[in-house]
Design a protein around this ligand. Structure first.
Ligand code: URA
Ligand code: SF4
Length: 246
């Protein structure tokens, strides 16, 4: 029996919801990656999330747990989001490719291997449908694989990191480094400066996530209660009556 059944597009439900999509993706065999992985690691978060964070693919820990960004890179991402004032609990977190890819082991740990172009293309329909369903205000592309999956293979993180990118994907799209690149920094000093630069990039997209006053209605907050970038400080500043930067 063949191990692949064609691109994931064939498996997208006709009338998709996030739950239906997740259910369908659990059985995906559209590329060879499912054979060595434990399970599909689908995106996680609220359907109403305004910010979508997209990584490369699940790692060793994510493959075992079945949830995105729960391993060392996820812990670093959590810290950076907190510093940037983005609430992960109100974000949707996913990956460009939904199965862990690995080829060698180091001790007990399986070493992640970048997905190839064929695997990325096969998996893309899952991510595209997640974006269509969520219609986020902000998309954060974490690393080259995520950025190239959506913006094309010639997109350079080094040239474009931290800049707002014109794209039909969402009103605000930004690309930055992958958090695991910070974990790989050779010493404490470079790790700290890489972390600071990462947080700076993330802060670029917090203003559009803040709730805004509805024009002409005093006291009414635009998207109050579901603005994921909302920190206590930001909310106070907003409620205090000053118009937040746009
Ligand atoms: N790295 C990723 O790109 N995604 C994860 O979910 C975990 C690590
Ligand atoms: Fe399907 Fe993506 Fe897994 Fe390949 S990596 S089997 S396309 S879910």
């Amino acid at each position: 029996m063949a191990t692949t059944t064609g691109a994931a597009a064939e498996l997208i439900p006709e009338d998709p919801t996030l739950d239906r999509l997740r259910f369908a993706a659990a059985d995906c065999k559209a590329c060879d990656l499912w054979t060595r992985a434990t399970q599909t690691v689908f995106g996680e978060g609220q359907e109403t999330a305004s910010v979508m964070l997209i990584g490369e693919q699940p790692g060793d820990a994510e493959d075992v747990e079945g949830r995105p960004f729960v391993g060392p890179a996820g812990k670093l991402l959590d810290r950076a989001l907190q510093e940037a004032g983005i609430d992960r609990g109100r974000a949707y977190v996913t990956n460009a490719v939904k199965h862990f890819n690995w080829s060698e082991t180091r001790g007990k740990k399986r070493i992640h291997k970048k997905p190839n172009a064929r695997q990325m293309a096969a998996c893309k329909p899952w991510l595209e449908t997640e974006i269509q369903l969520l219609r986020p205000t902000v998309i954060v592309l974490l690393g080259a694989t995520a950025a190239q999956q959506l913006l094309g293979p010639s997109f350079s993180i080094m040239k474009n990191r931290g800049q707002l990118i014109q794209s039909s994907l969402a009103p605000h799209v930004i690309a930055t480094v992958h958090p695991s690149s910070i974990l790989r920094a050779p010493d404490d000093e470079s790790r700290e400066s890489a972390m600071a630069a990462f947080v700076r990039d993330l802060r670029r997209v917090t203003p559009p996530l803040r709730p805004r006053k509805a024009p002409g209605r005093s006291g009414a907050l635009g998207r109050a209660g579901r603005g994921p970038g909302q920190t206590v400080r930001a909310r106070r500043r907003h409620v205090g009556g000053r118009r937040s930067a746009r």
